[in-house]
Design a binder for this molecule. Structure first.
Ligand code: FES
Length: 149
């Protein structure tokens, strides 16, 4: 291997490592929980949003509830300790499962996007996502699956 080939290979390796390491935090930051499913809704601890970092506490902006009893996941966004939204992750265009990316839910089928309150940001979907009322009881969130927020 000559000097030029060595440098090209070394640079390619460094760029690949940098690209992979930049993806890891975003993968690691998505938290999936099953919640406790009851007759009327789901209970999820507010602690699921906490990230403990060397003596201080930070909070995830969202978590995703995946439960075998639910046809689609529910994304819960945290706006403050007292304010949350719960969004049914089913695209209102043709029913594909959405993917959460920061404060946006994206549809892999045809590209619709929804904000963290379920409103359409980009079509082809025309209608907002189904949302559920979220109430706080002690340290738990109750997501009422009987109603629409
Ligand atoms: S099913 Fe989501 S944009 Fe078509």
């Amino acid at each position: 291997m000559n000097r030029k080939d060595f440098l090209v290979n070394a640079c390619t390796l460094c760029l690949s490592a940098a690209a992979v390491s930049s993806l890891l935090p975003s993968c690691a930051s998505t938290r999936y929980v099953s919640g406790n499913l009851g007759k009327d809704g789901l209970l999820v601890s507010r602690d699921e949003f906490k990230i403990n970092q060397k003596g201080s506490t930070a909070y995830r902006s969202f978590i995703i509830i995946r439960n075998d009893a639910l046809q689609f996941p529910i994304c819960i966004y945290r706006f403050s300790d007292e304010e949350y939204s719960a969004l049914w992750m089913r695209c209102t265009h043709q029913g594909a499962e959405l993917q959460a990316s920061g404060d946006v839910l994206q549809c892999p089928a045809h590209g619709s996007e929804f904000n963290n309150r379920g409103e359409v940001r980009n079509g082809p979907a025309d209608n907002a996502l189904r949302t559920f009322p979220v109430t706080i009881s002690n340290n738990d969130l109750f997501i009422d699956l009987r109603k629409q927020a």
